[in-house]
Design a protein around this ligand. Sequence first.
Ligand code: ADP
Ligand code: MG
Length: 648
Amino acid sequence: MKLLRYGAAVLGIAALALFPIAIDNPYYIHLLETIMIYAILLFGLDIVVGYTGQVSLGHAGLFGIGAYTAGVMVMKLGTPLLVTLIGAIGVTALFGALLALPALRVTGPYLAMVTLAFGTIIQILINEMTFLTEGPLGIKLTKPALLGVRLDERQFYWLVVVLLMLSLFFVHRVLRSQYGRAFEALRGSPVASDCMGVSVYRYKVYAFVISAGLAGLAGALYSFSEQYISPNTYNFELTVLFLLAVIMGGRKTRTGALLGATIIVLLPKLLDDLELFRWVSCTIAVFVAAGAAYLLSRGKTTPQRVAVPVFGSIALAGLSFVLTTMTDWRLSIFGLITLFVVYYLQDGIVGFVRNALNIKARPTDDAELVSGVAGSGDAVGTASATAPAELLIASGVLMQFGGLKALADVDLVVKRGTIHGLIGPNGSGKSTMMNVLTGIYVPTAGKIDFCGASVIGKTSSAIALSGIARTFQNVQLFGEMTALQNVMVGLHHTFGSNLIDVALHTPRYRRENRHATERGMGLLAVVGLADLAHEEARNLPYGKQRALEVARALALDPQLLLLDEPAAGLTAPDIKELIAIIRKIRDHGVTVILIEHHMDVVMSICDTVSVLDFGHKIAEGDPAMVQADPKVIEAYLGGETATFAQPA
Ligand code: ADP
Ligand code: MG
């Protein structure tokens, strides 16, 4: 399989390189060149859209900035090629950081609107800043010179091939590293990323900056390729085309980006030429019908589901023979085809083919290159025991949501090396306490000191890195990532290598990656998930997902671990295993705060228990004492009796 892939890659590169020699037609050379330039941009757009899950309608604007930076540098300063390219990448990357700012505040449709506005403003600026950009007149360029030799059409084409390969290589490596995992994590669960010490803020900016850098490179190459740039190229239509290309090709795949670029360059040409359109639409109809027949015969689909695509593509083929001219129909057909692809192939064409042929997506991670690593026994770090006995001191914590005091004047002291239970009826403020401790909410009033330093006002990721890890009441895994990758996100803090280390696979990166993979496998072994390391988190059974969250939290090497109802929804044997795991964690010197409804669990492992009711702490002490406290019994009898009525 690996050999096959390398073979295909070599063949592909050879075909690309030999194309202008085999087909000596400037029109086709230019067409392929455009596809490659778009592909470079799409690699970057996929980072933002496919990996971090943000919408960007600003990429045509970024593309324009790259093109114009190159154009202006050459026209005004006569810069050499290399300087021009670096300048275009740098300037566009800066604008990428600017575009990231709204993404830090809004998501979804709002972000789409803001990025769209960004693109529009860029276009207007290019138009209006005549002194720099020549305005609507545009800028004329010649092909650049490299090492003193002016490149001809073909040589420039080869330059684009080389830069495409370099971009592919760079993007691929970055996405397989801790950076790629961070990007994917913030799509999977922003809250969990932050609580794993992976700052959503920072990695969103990184994603936009890298993405913009690639758009800048693509823009600069485009300006040389066209030898003329003008403002109205970088319009709304282009930005939508880019987004469609990523969606149609399939997100999170470089093949998809290449395919998407090919489609958006060729489809409009195809719709210009009636003969070609007839030919292609018939081919498509035959393929769709054959594919549907295959899937039906295998029982993989139902006649109802394939009816629309089959009849649709046959109707399109029929229509192509009825039409005598394309001009009036171009846009409608283009719209229909894209609508069709987006609706029926939600994983894009690459995803669809993978599904149909039952090919599993390739491991997207360097971690999985290191196979068969034995789980090391001491994966759970050992906390030092020399520090003062109180690890966490919270006093007078008030958390107000409007008129509701979810926490009212709560004091909590957690001793090092203990398991501290936090119980109380539903809605009593337990989870709110965890959210306050981990910086998700900033308390309205009160003090929280962890290891002698205040956590109030610190970001969740800073708090996580200072040694507080947690799990969530509603499991917050990174669903599309494997179990090992989830844990490796928790190990993010162990990586110091930068983008260059990652792109070049320097010894430093290799070392860090190997260590992290080994630790990750070790942690999975601790919670009994070693066999499922390469399974996507969303496919794990519920109990395993909970265990995975614990492993991921441990990856942070925390001093304090917060577990929010870890036994909820688990079967009896799973609960037993969980208790053993929590004990093991405590024995390694990690302090635990445990929120739990199962009283048998609380009674059997907690050293101290605090009880909350309507945001007030009503009792505290050793488990047996608390359980006998009339106030506690009253609180529970008022709420749910069932869970409390079964002592250990
Ligand atoms: P539990 O003890 O069951 O974990 P929670 O801490 O989740 O309770 O909730 C305590 C109270 O605070 C509940 O009444 C809940 O509705 C309220 N609450 C929690 N988070 C928010 C929020 N973000 N906005 C408004 N009310 C909230
Ligand atoms: Mg809760």
